[in-house]
Design a protein around this ligand. Structure first.
Ligand code: AMP
Ligand code: MG
Length: 329
């Protein structure tokens, strides 16, 4: 079967939104490719949120050193409710501010069609219905959830014009829909409900006062979190992890990488038998979860993880593995 190259050079076309280019953008997303589009906050770099490989390409294109969970954009409140559980206050915020620059972090409904890589393995999902007409038209045309962080290389300023996207991501994004400058120019406000109480996870284009007028005071993101919007909790396997393993010890399940795999594991899952880091990122959370379940079921005692190179997405994969292997606090 011919494989789509995991990382391929794109031609990067820039086009104004029209029935033709919106249809093309939706087709590209369905193929697992990346499309940049304007929202009322900043330009987003979109991938099909259900396609783990597309989401891995997205992290690769941004050069992100970590798998931060992404905001999943949907066309309607109805689609959002299929993906997450809304309590009374979340419903009220959605009633009042969607479509608009407000992201809600809510418990994910299971089973979820959203790739685990898009939510960084968390049990929550960040959802937004954007107000921009171009974003809305693209989401309707595509008919599914689109994971979209800001369309800039990691660490660079958020893009508010199509030109900024082209400068930052040339060769990495298939199509940039040029809808002119973004209205707000700053990111969406993020409110999380993961621990029951609403919290302001990131200040943004919708003022805190408007949210507090609707549902009362918001808690802070909490506990010394340096980057706003950072995780409320981490997905971590319960099974002990041994990193950098070149052999297998008795009772271990193996998370392998590449084609030279040591024998003797109770169970082996390979992140990428041809040593591709984008493929490995796409399968990371699913494989970790499956091996963790095998340990929980008594099929193995612990998990050994083969060395992963530090280049490209390897840095983010190793960051995640190191945190999964760290002692629980
Ligand atoms: P970006 O899309 O790059 O503008 O940033 C998305 C922000 O949303 C990041 O700061 C994430 O940490 C935050 N976020 C997304 N999903 C979740 C989630 N499930 N729990 C907590 N924060 C989230
Ligand atoms: Mg960003």
């Amino acid at each position: 079967m011919p494989r789509l190259e995991t990382v391929h050079e794109e031609e990067t076309r820039l086009a104004p939104p029209s029935a033709g280019t919106l249809g093309e953008a939706a087709r590209l997303l369905a193929e697992g490719r990346l499309v940049a589009f304007p929202t009322e906050t900043v330009y987003g770099l979109g991938a099909d949120a259900r396609n783990a490989l597309a989401v891995a390409r997205l992290y690769e294109a941004k050069g992100r050193p970590r798998f931060n969970p992404l905001i999943v954009h949907v066309a309607s409140r109805g689609e959002a409710e299929e993906l997450a559980a809304f309590d009374a206050r979340a419903s009220r915020l959605a009633d009042m501010f969607w479509p608009g620059p407000l992201t809600l972090v809510l418990p994910r409904r299971e089973p979820s069609p959203i790739a685990e890589l898009a939510t960084a393995g968390l049990a929550t999902v960040a959802l937004r219905v954007p107000a921009s007409t171009v974003a809305g038209a693209l989401l309707v045309e595509f008919g599914g959830p689109v994971a979209a962080p800001s369309a800039n290389p990691s660490g660079a300023l958020s893009p508010t014009r199509a030109e900024h996207v082209r400068e930052g991501l040339f060769g990495k994004v298939a199509l940039i829909l040029d809808g002119g400058p973004c209205e707000a120019g700053i990111e969406s406000t993020i409110v999380g409900f993961a621990r029951g109480e609403p919290r302001l996870l990131r200040p943004g284009a919708l003022p805190r006062a408007a949210i507090e007028a609707a549902i009362g005071p918001l808690g802070a993101a909490g506990g010394g979190i340096s980057a706003p919007g950072q995780l409320e909790s981490h997905y971590a396997p319960r099974a002990p992890l041994r990193l950098g393993a070149r052999d297998v010890r008795p009772g271990e399940a193996l998370l392998a990488f590449g084609h030279e795999v040591p024998e003797g594991a109770a169970l082996t899952l390979n992140l990428s038998d041809h040593g591709d880091l984008v493929d490995a990122a796409a399968s990371l959370f699913g494989h970790l979860r499956a091996l963790d379940a095998a340990v929980a079921a008594g099929r193995a005692r612990s998990i050994a993880v083969m060395p992963i190179p530090e280049d490209g997405l390897g840095e983010a994969i190793n960051d995640r593995l190191a945190r999964a292997a760290a002692p629980r606090s």
